[in-house]
Design a protein around this ligand. Sequence first.
Ligand SMILES: CC(C)(COP(=O)(O)OP(=O)(O)OC[C@H]1O[C@@H](n2cnc3c(N)ncnc32)[C@H](O)[C@@H]1OP(=O)(O)O)[C@@H](O)C(=O)NCCC(=O)NCCS
Length: 193
Amino acid sequence: MLPVIEYLLSYSVPAGLERQALSALTLNPDHRWHERMDHALFVVTAQHEGSRVGVGIVHNAVTAPTQAPRPLELGGMFVHPAYRRLGIRQHMAESRLTYALSMGGTPITVIAHHNQTSWNYYGRSARWTPECEYLSDVTGRPMTIWVSTESPWHRTGRGLVPLVPAQPNTALPHYTQVHRPPLGPGQDNAVPA
Ligand SMILES: CC(C)(COP(=O)(O)OP(=O)(O)OC[C@H]1O[C@@H](n2cnc3c(N)ncnc32)[C@H](O)[C@@H]1OP(=O)(O)O)[C@@H](O)C(=O)NCCC(=O)NCCS
């Protein structure tokens, strides 16, 4: 039977015991890991029977040479080896992207070319597209910055109308009225909302 996974969302920097528990999930909670955690705006945690089995964050400690305005980086993704291939990354990645888009920034993520699992995921998703490649100062390895295809920056750069994040009180653009063909007899059965 598949384990029942709970997803918890937080909008503050993980500190104290919570930071320790999330850091223990990763193989190498180094300086960069803590820098990202220190700038976390959103944290999604996967839990199984009270234990943390996955984490993903959105942060603004961006070091990659992106041209995107107001970049919000989706990073710090890690799933415990015993819980992989259950769709946990898929779930956490979607919730990170929804958050970053709703904040009005440009969601980006940085993938090392040798990380085949992540490369496959972003490469086949219509929601992401490569922005540029660069060599990491830290590892000397090639990396690619991916940018959200739903971000206003990406869409306007391609002459597309920006998608309006579904937030309360968002002013929608004024669209030209659509002219519909006249209804026939008995077709005007719309119920007012
Ligand atoms: C990369 C990583 C986060 C993926 O986590 P995950 O929870 O196993 O990811 P998912 O389950 O969503 O997807 C993994 C694969 O399992 C498949 N899958 C998902 N649910 C499945 C299921 N119920 N049964 C079988 N396969 C399934 C997915 O289709 C995906 O296939 P793919 O490898 O062909 O793309 C995890 O391997 C990890 O923590 N790696 C080390 C750290 C790392 O690389 N982090 C990312 C840095 S960018």
